[in-house]
Design a binder for this molecule. Structure first.
Ligand code: ATP
Length: 335
């Protein structure tokens, strides 16, 4: 029987609890034991852990956040930290460490594997979906839902005042969340990192798109979705520039951390469960240095390095068609 440890690291995402639960329940069913380290890699360094069993993970599948807490831990990049973590894991006779997090957290897992003989396995948990090797990441679907709901609400007020609204969504440096929120929320324009040329081209495109919109519908509301970290001088600058350009009021709305919260939608719970159960299977097979992901609804395994050496592409024929519908005058250059 295996002794398994789990931690959640980096930005928290809805569904991390569902994943912890799946790992614990699947392990228990096979006679393995599980402990959880608190506060990401910090818990590995301070040996802050607790035993997890099915009773402890009862009634958490629907809860956002993570019962183990998440954190950043800068010093984990150092060799001494990895050695200390390895020492603590050995003292606890752990066979495998499962890390639920984003690509930063996978770097951490890989780093630890250089100094520890146990198995390390990553599970993708981030609302940004920016991890190569998996169709989706835990938390992504819930974040789309939250952003879409917010766009719906913004539209109600935008319609009432016939205003232009700018909605900034998360995504770090990837447009998955922005693209899906814009498509599902029927935004009128979307600005994504994968398709961004420069500020002037974007302003020109929006201006054209707005003219078409006004000709067709009169002075109706117009909603633009923008991915965070993209507009060089920030969302307020874009709003000001658009006000100058259009002569109308432009209201910026930053959704921020509400996109990280909330009860996970069913797709995130299913994904978290699939990945958790598969990770336990990988532990039984003594696999290490891999991330478990999903492709076409089937679990897949890929080396951790590949998750950051490759960049996941936003483009697909379907996304292309849907995005073209949104920004009709824009030449996307998508494949
Ligand atoms: P998200 O993208 O959702 O924020 P993430 O896992 O990418 O999640 P990061 O803050 O990049 O979040 O990384 C989380 C933690 O992983 C860091 O605080 C650090 O402890 C560890 N980590 C990141 N990069 C490395 C590295 N190169 N070596 C060792 N540890 C690392």
């Amino acid at each position: 029987n295996k002794r398994i440890a789990v931690l959640t690291s980096g930005g928290d995402a809805p569904g991390m609890n569902a994943c912890i639960r799946a790992i614990v329940v699947a392990s228990e069913g096979k006679g393995h034991s599980v402990i959880g380290f608190e506060h990401g890699y910090n818990g590995l360094l301070s040996a802050d852990w607790r035993k997890l069993d099915s009773k402890k993970v009862h009634n958490i599948i629907q809860r956002g956040g993570t019962i183990l807490r998440s954190a950043r831990c800068k010093e984990f990049k150092e060799e001494a930290s990895a050695r200390l973590a390895a020492k603590h894991l050995d003292e606890l006779a752990i066979d495998a460490l499962l890390v639920i997090g984003g690509d930063g957290s996978f770097h951490g897992a890989r780093h630890l594997a250089n100094y520890w003989n146990g198995d390390v396995i990553g599970l993708p948990g981030t609302i940004d979906n920016d991890i190569y090797g998996t169709d989706a990441t835990i938390g992504y679907y819930t974040a789309i839902e939250t952003a879409m709901d917010s766009i719906d609400k913004v539209r109600d007020t935008a319609d009432a005042f016939e205003r232009i609204f700018l909605v900034e969504v998360m995504g770090r440096h990837a447009g998955f969340l922005g693209a899906c929120a814009a498509i599902a929320g029927a935004a009128n324009y979307v600005i994504l990192p994968e398709l961004f040329k420069d500020t002037q081209t974007t302003l020109d495109n929006i201006h054209q798109q707005l003219a078409i919109h006004r000709q067709r519908y009169g002075h109706e509301s117009f909603i633009i979705v923008l991915t965070e970290n993209l507009w060089p001088a920030g969302i307020s600058d874009l709003a000001t520039q658009l006000e100058t350009l259009t002569g109308g009021e432009v209201r910026p709305v930053t959704l921020g951390h509400i996109q990280r919260g909330g009860s996970p939608v069913s797709q995130d719970r299913m994904l978290a469960t699939l990945l958790g159960v598969h990770a336990v299977k990988c532990v039984e097979e003594d696999k290490s240095g891999i991330m478990v992901g999903v492709h076409n609804n089937e679990p897949v395994e890929i080396p951790l390095e590949q998750t950051w050496e490759n960049k996941k592409a936003l483009s697909s024929p379907l996304t292309h068609t849907m995005l073209t519908m949104l920004n009709e005058r824009h030449h996307w250059g998508l494949g």
